[in-house]
Design a protein around this ligand. Structure first.
Ligand SMILES: NC(=O)c1ccc[n+]([C@@H]2O[C@H](COP(=O)([O-])OP(=O)(O)OC[C@H]3O[C@@H](n4cnc5c(N)ncnc54)[C@H](O)[C@@H]3O)[C@@H](O)[C@H]2O)c1
Ligand SMILES: N[C@H](C(=O)O)[C@H](O)COP(=O)(O)O
Length: 331
């Protein structure tokens, strides 16, 4: 595995982030290959586990087995778990920016983001739908072309990428273009090889409409957009299906027919993963020059307030980030 540590961003301090970070450290502290540090407010973690403030990512390795290494960001206002506070927004954003900078500078092997509440961040001038697009923008070289980030959720034996993410269902059909789907299919194909070590990936597109349009009787997006994009990708030696009915393609993937499924909408793709494996699910961003993963859940304010937060998905995200970093190094 990479000898560099992973970096965790604090996420919303009023959510489950602080508690699951402390429990993840307890669970992983004896595994040097999964070592990490968190960029956050040290006081968030002090009641939960031993904490050691560090001045630089390079200090994390010596500390990790004995205490959670925390690179301070702040001053974060005093927080009551479960009660979001707008005053923490600038520090939530700074922690992500610093973490991405550390990975880009070669000081950390990847970033694992704790959950944020996007609406709260808008008060601090955050203008991105989520981490996915924000981190892609942070990775864009100065004066360079925008990077197309791809959201993929893994869990329950599935790997599901999304053609559209945080947008209204009504706006989805206009966003589906042959060009965008060809670009997406290429990114997923490359990531299956470099990030997951799958030499000859088999990918399926879902349809947008019930029964993948029923030959055009229920909708034409499959005939006019999705299938032509699939044909272009196949002409480039990418093994990808025409639009498959979305109600059955996940069962086909689970039975071994496909390594990854590309879903047309957020809920079409995330419902099967989160239903099968909410606690083991991982959200990752494909197509970036850096490794980024996250738990599949959100801020979970009610669990934070009740003290019932589970660390499983964060631990799975840490393991996935370490695996992808290692696979990319090998590739
Ligand atoms: N990666 C991210 O930053 C991310 C991902 C998803 C949602 N969100 C944001 O989170 C906020 C809340 O979203 P939501 O309510 O739809 O989803 P959620 O995942 O926060 O909560 C769904 C349910 O799961 C529970 N839950 C979540 N995490 C848990 C944990 N670790 N342990 C125990 N129970 C847990 C919650 O208490 C709730 O009952 C929204 O602002 C959303 O945008 C962020
Ligand atoms: N759609 C994601 C999920 O439900 O898991 C999520 O909102 C996270 O988005 P970002 O990783 O872009 O913050």
């Amino acid at each position: 595995m990479s000898s560099l540590p992973l970096v965790l961003s604090m996420g919303d301090p009023a959510g489950v982030g602080p508690s699951i970070t402390a429990v993840a450290w307890q669970a992983l502290k004896s595994d040097p290959e999964l070592r990490f540090y968190v960029i956050g407010a040290p006081e968030l973690y002090r009641k939960l586990c031993p904490v050691q403030e560090i001045a630089a990512p390079e200090d994390a390795a010596a500390v990790f087995s004995a205490a959670l290494p925390v690179l301070p960001v702040g001053p974060v206002p005093e927080i009551t778990p479960g009660k979001p506070n707008e005053a923490s927004a600038p520090f939530i954003v700074s922690a992500i920016e610093m973490g991405v900078a550390h990975v880009r500078e070669g000081k950390a092997s990847g970033i694992v983001t704790n959950p944020i509440n996007k609406a709260l961040l808008y008060s601090a001038g955050f203008r991105h739908p989520g981490h996915t697009e924000f981190i892609a923008e942070l990775c864009r070289p100065e004066g360079g072309e925008p990077i197309r980030p791809v959201m993929m959720l893994t869990g329950g034996g599935l790997k599901v990428a999304l053609a559209t993410i945080h947008q209204s269902l009504a706006s989805v059909p206009a966003s589906l273009t042959q060009e965008a789907l060809v670009e997406l299919g290429s990114i997923v194909h490359s990531a299956m090889k470099s990030d997951f070590g799958i030499a000859a990936p088999r990918i399926a597109f879902t349809g947008l409409n019930p029964h993948a349009g029923e030959g055009g009787a229920i909708g034409r997006e499959e005939i006019d957009i999705i299938n032509p994009a699939a044909a272009t990708l196949r002409s480039r030696n990418i093994n990808i299906s025409d639009a498959r009915p979305a109600d059955t393609v996940f069962a086909e993937a689970l039975s071994g027919a496909y390594d990854a499924v590309i879903a047309m909408t957020h809920d079409q793709g995330l419902i099967p993963v989160k239903t099968l494996d909410f606690w083991g699910g991982v959200n990752m961003t494909l197509g970036l020059p850096i490794v980024r993963t996250s738990p599949d859940h959100g801020t979970g304010y009610d669990a934070a307030a009740a003290g019932t937060a589970r660390p499983d998905s964060l631990i799975a995200a840490i393991r996935s980030a370490a695996m992808v970093a290692k696979n990319r190094k090998t590739a």
